[in-house]
Design a protein around this ligand. Sequence first.
Ligand code: MN
Length: 280
Amino acid sequence: MPAPSRTTRTDATRTDASQPNRRNLLGSSALLATGALLGCATPGNAANAPKTPFAVPATYLPIVGSDEQFPVRRVYCIGRNYAAHAREMGSDPTREPPFFFQKPTDAIQLVPHGTVADHPYPPLTKNYHYEAELVAALGKGGRNIPVTQALDCVYGYTLGLDMTRRDLQRAMGDEKKPWEIGKSFDHSAPIGALHKVAQSGHFSKGAIWLKVNGNTKQSADLSQMIWSVAEQIAKLSEAFELFPGDIIYSGTPENVGPVVRGDVIEMHIDGLPNLSVKIV
Ligand code: MN
């Protein structure tokens, strides 16, 4: 099975002015002990990197038009954020507050623009689904971020697939167990390069569609999201302190469905380059 492409860099020499103050402070060796007490990660400064018995790659997204890369901290996903999709999943979209889950950061599979990346069909499932989603990437974080300030936290946008082992997700849901095995498996987050807000603007409307082997499967408008990107950030920040590097998959429209090996998925959001993967 071909190895899926992923951006991994072990060089940790970059310091980025957009990093949070806490991390910049931790660049000072005098404060390293404090950072250790706080349990803070100390990326961005090789001089302070602890000795480790082996290397664990970090996850980065290319930033279009820049030689910098976006370091991914956490991958949040919102569930059932389009009414018609909520209905097809068997829930009432008018009464549910937004809910979130996470994928592990190393579930990210970078799909370079203009390529069709091989995406591995995962083990254990017989019903492997696509979900086309707008992804917001944060350059600032915080707690209890007001909706009116939430978009100031967005560094950029891209498009992504929230790949789902639907049979496992449903089985776990039926048993009132965590979704993890259905949502948070290896390579489950194919994603494109990041476009800075300065270039892309914010996304409140515009077509979002997904085709399998050239046939349209999902087709909707971003304006149909129940919770806007700003509202998602505000709600999420009530539950978790958000940080630069966090990314948010903003939910999928209706008509999710299965793919099998050999299928080619192409997804589109107005204003971004298309993303394509081949299931292998
Ligand atoms: Mn989703």
